[in-house]
Write a protein that binds this ligand. Structure first.
Ligand code: TYD
Ligand code: MG
Length: 469
């Protein structure tokens, strides 16, 4: 390793976008944010030679000399991307078929949502399949992790000799362990607590986060291990240090759900090696996370008949999920009535309320309107429009749709019910899960001819309201 000098270099890092600038400026040229630049100091040779990971892992093969020569794109040999199965089918689905060696994955989620649980279970599953794991925890003691592992894995834990644990907050030592253990999968829980001593900033600060994440990504590339980096997000759903880490990694996964509900959804916000459409479904139980497969949720044909609650079917990647939309209206103040959506797009909600007023004959200007997706799920596709509108209208008048009815359709600004994608697949799935009636856009009536479920085609929002409520 080169002899270190005490010379330091000062740069300025944008708190919002992570951009680095040599001088302080009032406005970040990258993201346009005002007064967002913070000074940070780093040793001059770190800034030029590279990272801790680069120094610790220099194996000679890293930067091939002709790697930077431009070649015709068609001459680039397409390599089959190898994958290491995670042993957790729902996670594999979101990753696009398993971990890609050398890739870095950021797993975000609110504290307490179950990130450590998911990763410990994954670590055990990968180790059980013959993989070598380094589980680096900067938050918990070895005893705490052992206790949880005993609970999650049980007696099988004794057979997992290749599940290595390291509890440290020093990035340099974690990288050193990666080099020593040579794992196929590294888990770092969490990035907020690790630090580099030579970076003049506290753990969790944007400077530390950026440098440490960058080093870990480098370590993954050089060692060929896949690495999962845990990052806590704030209540607003922002990764601490907004957008700071997202562009450094290959995939960004979000683990979501309502802490008070058992259901958890894993989704990809970014994935260089797969689709971002797929989701993974889990349920938090006393014995850890249980995977929910497609057979999971059944529709009770007798349940329902509650005003303000309407079932719809939403597509999550290639799977169809029935969800319940709930709404409530309450007397508010004209001109300042509240419109609140939980798990819904609030702009869409405001638009649907306007359409209900204009084309549904509803007077909602002085009504507070609340709408939510039951169970802490999130539904943003337009196919849920009609269900949301009917839930609001039903809540307003104390009427309900009949039990076992599932409502699918996009509502346009003129009040027409527009067609949705994958209608046949949705209706087929609903029939399989025990729904009695499917309300579908009239324009797609023939698509869902004979699927063993009663079909109720509707042309407009007014039509749907008069027939269903
Ligand atoms: P945890 O994985 O520690 O969350 P995170 O790492 O995202 O902060 O799990 C948090 C919660 O999950 C904890 O409050 C208790 C609950 N839990 C269970 O219900 N069952 C279990 O088997 C485990 C391990 C945790
Ligand atoms: Mg944790």
């Amino acid at each position: 390793m080169a002899k270190t000098s005490a010379r330091t270099k000062t740069s300025f890092l944008c708190r919002e976008c992570g951009g680095v600038h040599p001088k302080w400026i009032g406005r970040c040229p990258d993201c346009g944010g005002w007064d967002t630049l913070d000074a940070f100091h780093e040793r001059a040779e770190d800034a030029t030679v590279g990272t801790v990971a680069g120094i610790a892992l220099q194996t000679g093969g890293g930067g091939s000399p002709n790697g930077s020569r431009a070649v015709p794109l068609v001459d680039v040999v397409q390599l089959e991307v190898p994958r290491v199965g995670s042993g957790v089918a729902e996670l594999d689905r979101v990753l696009g078929g398993g971990f890609v060696p050398g890739s870095a994955i950021l797993l975000g989620g609110e504290p307490g949502i179950g990130k450590s649980t998911l990763l410990l279970q994954t670590a055990a599953a990968v180790a059980g399949g013959g993989g070598r794991i380094l589980y680096a925890s900067s938050e918990e003691s070895p005893q705490q992790i052992r206790l949880r592992a005993d609970r999650l894995v049980g007696e099988d834990l004794a057979t997992l000799r290749d599940l290595h644990l390291c509890t440290d907050t020093s990035l340099v030592r974690i990288v050193e362990e990666i080099r020593r253990v040579k794992p196929t999968l590294v888990i770092l829980d969490s990035i907020q607590m690790v630090h580099r001593a030579d970076v003049d900033a506290p753990p969790g600060s944007t400077t530390q986060l950026r440098r440490c994440c960058h080093d870990l990504v480098q370590a993954a590339k050089l060692s060929g291990a896949a690495i999962v980096i845990v990052g806590h997000v704030t209540k607003e759903g922002q990764l601490a240090g907004p957008k700071l880490l997202e562009h450094l990694v290959d995939a960004v996964l979000a683990f979501e759900g309502d802490r008070d509900h058992g259901h958890r959804v894993l989704r990809a916000a970014k994935n260089r090696f797969g689709s971002t459409q797929e989701i993974g479904l889990f349920e938090m139980t006393d014995g850890g996370l249980r995977q929910l497969d497609e057979g999971g949720v059944a529709i009770d044909p007798a349940a329902g008949g509650v005003s303000g609650a309407v079932l719809t079917a939403t597509m999550a990647g290639t799977r169809c999920l029935p969800v319940e939309i709930q709404a409530l209206t309450a007397t508010g103040f004209l001109g300042s009535a509240k419109r609140r959506g939980t798990g819904l797009d609030s702009n869409r909600l405001a638009m649907l309320i306007a359409v209900l007023e204009k084309h549904g004959g509803q007077r909602l200007a002085d009504q507070d309107v609340f709408a939510a997706v039951a169970g802490g799920a999130r539904v943003v596709e337009p196919a849920a429009d009609l269900a949301i509108a009917l839930a609001i209208a039903g809540a307003h008048h104390g009427r309900s749709v009949s039990p076992g009815t599932v409502v699918i359709g996009e509502v346009g600004l003129t009040g027409e019910v527009r067609s949705v994608r994958h209608l046949e697949q949705r209706v087929r799935e609903l029939a399989r899960r025990g729904a009695v009636t499917a309300v579908v856009p009239r324009s797609q009536e023939e698509v869902v001819g004979d699927l063993g479920i009663r079909i109720e085609p509707v042309g407009t929002l007014g039509d749907a309201m008069s027939r269903l409520l």
